[in-house]
Design a protein around this ligand. Structure first.
Ligand SMILES: Cc1cc2nc3c(=O)[nH]c(=O)nc-3n(C[C@H](O)[C@H](O)[C@H](O)COP(=O)(O)O)c2cc1C
Length: 148
């Protein structure tokens, strides 16, 4: 199944805490796995790092989202996975990206999301921030900033 032909779209938005013992280049390792597996499971989405937090929107067929979310929850490269919103949607938000990525640590709006736990009402702000960073970007431009 391709991303375009998925009849029911399920979306999960979560926040988690990065593992501070790991270098930032861990994000690239995560993305390589995500691009490969998401491609086989018709999943798309956006992974955003803000300081020591991850925010991820994962979308696609409900069973595929459930399966990959189980892997993500068990992954010790982060902790405290906190689902902020989930449910069926009319259409994908990030259909062009197997998993878009942005390090938004320097974004003024992003800086406001540093507390923990993240307020559930922040879901809209977080998705808005992802959309802002996705706007005008080509699918091939997944890594906005080089990770050092
Ligand atoms: C923050 C974060 C985001 C991730 N996003 C994805 C993703 O979008 N797709 C994916 O297949 N794996 C993702 N992973 C990796 C999974 O946790 C897991 O390592 C991978 O899917 C392989 O699954 P397995 O270990 O059950 O074989 C992510 C991991 C982390 C820490």
């Amino acid at each position: 199944m391709t991303a375009g032909s998925c009849p029911v779209v399920y979306q999960v938005l979560y926040a988690s805490r990065t593992n501070p013992a790991l270098p930032r280049t861990v994000d690239l390792d995560i993305l390589h796995t995500a691009w490969e597996r998401n491609n086989t499971m018709a999943l798309t989405g956006f992974l955003m790092r803000i300081g020591e937090r991850y925010f991820q929107l994962l979308e696609g067929p409900p069973e595929a989202v459930g399966e990959v979310m189980a892997s993500i929850r068990a992954d010790d490269r982060h902790s405290d996975v906190q689902v902020l919103s989930e449910g069926e949607a009319d259409q994908r938000r990030f259909s062009k990206w197997l998993m878009a990525y942005e390090d938004a640590s320097d974004d003024d709006e992003g800086r406001m999301l540093q507390g923990w736990p993240i307020a559930e009402g922040a879901a809209e702000t977080i998705v808005g921030l992802m959309q802002k960073h996705a706007r005008g970007r080509a699918p091939s431009d997944m890594l906005r900033k080089p990770m050092t």
